[in-house]
Design a protein around this ligand. Structure first.
Ligand SMILES: Nc1nc2c(ncn2[C@@H]2O[C@H](COP(=O)(O)OP(=O)(O)OP(=O)(O)O)[C@@H](O)[C@H]2O)c(=O)[nH]1
Ligand SMILES: [Mg+2]
Length: 337
């Protein structure tokens, strides 16, 4: 690295460690940038900050549109800053459907938190692949940790793959549900319930309270049928009202109990180790796919394979195997002398 760039990195890292918001925002812009030079600078910065990362409690929050994620974040986040904690809120949303309106919506739903000096809210960059958005969110999470944030809340809309990506990068994954039981319960995919370390039935207030109680009982029953993710942790169902602030304390207690329990698991892989491993593999997968798509010599073969499988002339596994063999053969290049 050139000397000037190295000293820039050094300065920026120092300002981030000091908790300077502007420095943090600048660093985030760097890691989110698509430019090669910025990417290199962002990586150098993250490497410099690595010793200061990993201390926050990383919480994932997922739920269907309108279930109350932003309202919950406002309520939960202000509870935490009220205790003197610093809270960062990040979003993973690869759909890019998050329009300007929705971000404005968040601003009004998180009115107090967005003005709180101990809170830092960062909407997800729109567009890009899930892998790309998730990578940036991981890096942004590390930056906020280095800047001294105690709790990082990673929010994702509960549709599809983004939940798995978020569950992979956080310590505790919370699923937010609206009061409903029976039929609705069937609509929640089992795989998503299996990811949950805590289920929160939001909107447990007013007319919705009886339905929330029924939903809580239904989900407790459903959880009993699921293979637990960890030996040491049994997911609970908690009722909450983000509007009235009920249940918030209990959820925070659950999060702390989870953290304490996970810290004791001897012999087992730590949460941080698991997250680092998951990140490595996600980078390997993304990198391979990017390299494959980026190789011009293989473009024709890719097109042909797609057509063959779409037309039902070839089995996808066979086509994929042939493509990979060709790709890996070329990637190896001519034998070195
Ligand atoms: N009664 C009641 N309504 C709530 C509660 N939490 C949220 N709401 C309402 O539910 C609606 C959606 O809330 P949001 O916080 O925007 O939901 P969201 O999950 O962030 O929605 P998206 O960002 O669009 O996915 C709003 O009208 C809220 O006022 C609650 O605890 N009780
Ligand atoms: Mg929202």
């Amino acid at each position: 690295m050139p000397k000037a760039a190295a000293s820039d990195t050094h300065d920026l890292a120092a300002r981030i460690r000091a908790g300077e918001r502007r420095a943090l925002a600048k660093a985030i812009t760097l890691v989110e940038s698509g430019k090669e030079a910025d990417r290199a600078a962002g990586e150098a910065l993250l490497t410099a900050l690595l010793p200061e990362t990993g201390r926050a409690l990383r919480l994932g929050l997922s739920g269907a549109p309108g279930v109350g994620k932003s309202t919950f974040t406002e309520s939960f986040g202000t509870h935490l800053t009220g205790q003197g904690l610093k809270v960062a809120v990040l979003a993973v949303d690869p759909s890019s459907a998050r329009s300007g309106g929705s971000i404005l919506g968040d601003k009004t739903r998180m009115e107090k938190l967005s003005r709180d000096p101990n809170a830092f809210i960062r909407p997800s960059p729109s567009g890009g692949t899930l892998g790309g958005v998730a990578r940036r969110t991981r890096e942004v999470m590390l930056l906020t940790e280095a800047a001294g944030y105690d709790v990082v809340l990673v929010e994702t809309v509960g549709v599809g793959q983004s939940e798995i990506a978020v569950a992979d990068m956080v310590d505790m994954f919370c699923l937010l549900l609206a009061p409903a039981g029976g039929d609705e319960l069937q609509g929640i995919k089992r795989g998503i319930m299996e990811l949950a370390d805590l289920i929160i039935i939001n909107k447990a207030d007013g007319d919705l309270l009886p339905a929330a109680r029924r939903a809580a009982a239904d989900f407790k029953g459903a959880l009993g049928l699921i293979q637990p993710k960890y030996k040491a942790w049994r997911p609970e169902v908690v009722m909450a009202s983000s509007l009235e602030g009920t249940g918030i304390l209990e959820i925070w207690e659950q999060a702390q109990a989870f953290r304490a329990e996970m810290a004791k698991t001897e012999g087992g892989e730590s949460l941080r180790a698991r997250q680092a491993r998951a990140w490595l593999w996600s980078e390997i997968r993304e990198g391979l796919v990017d390299a494959l798509k980026g190789q011009q010599s293989i473009e024709k073969a890719l097109e042909k394979a797609e057509k063959q499988v779409v037309d039902g002339l070839e089995l996808p596994p066979a086509a994929a195997r042939a493509l990979l063999a060709e790709f890996l053969g070329r990637a190896k290049g001519p034998p070195r002398s």
